[in-house]
Write a protein that binds this ligand. Structure first.
Ligand code: HEC
Length: 123
């Protein structure tokens, strides 16, 4: 008697191939794209962080913790990874909640690329 039926084997192999190539499919979204990042930013971030990234979006006034002004050195000097971590996991007890689950890895990277672009622009 065979332990695995053919069907199960086929299903398992497809699942395994998926595991192998899944990360590659995600990786296709790279390199980060500022145009896509802009769309994400305008939809999900601008209300707090402001159109120019100065932390002056329409919702900012209602918040007790000010949204980060991306032009400030303290933010500007952070690595992409640090910003990405904040976007992905959020900040505890802050209006900046985690975006994991709402944004894909690619979208978060694109958003960082766009934030970097904004932070280099003068008012
Ligand atoms: C509800 C308002 C709000 C929204 C919407 C929001 N943020 Fe924030 N964000 C904040 C606040 C407030 C902080 C400061 C958190 C703190 O220091 O406690 C912050 C901090 C950050 C930081 C950390 C900056 C640094 O220098 O450490 C990044 C990066 C960031 N936000 C990116 C984003 C992105 C990308 C989006 C959209 C996907 C977004 N935020 C949406 C309020 C918001």
């Amino acid at each position: 008697m065979r332990i695995f039926s053919r069907k199960i084997l086929v299903t398992l192999s497809i699942g395994f191939i998926g595991l192998l190539f899944g990360p590659l499919l995600q990786a296709q979204e790279y390199p980060a794209d500022t145009a896509r990042g802009k769309a994400v930013y305008q939809r999900d971030c601008q209300a707090c962080h402001g159109a120019g990234g100065w932390g002056d979006g329409p919702e900012a006034q209602a918040l007790t913790i000010a949204p980060t002004n991306f032009h400030r050195f303290s933010s500007f000097l952070k690595s992409d990874e640090e910003l990405l971590r904040t976007i992905e996991h959020g900040v505890v007890f802050s209006p900046m909640h985690a975006w994991r689950g709402q944004l894909t890895d690619g979208e978060m990277q694109d958003a960082v690329a766009y934030i970097r672009l904004l932070s280099q622009q003068a008012r």
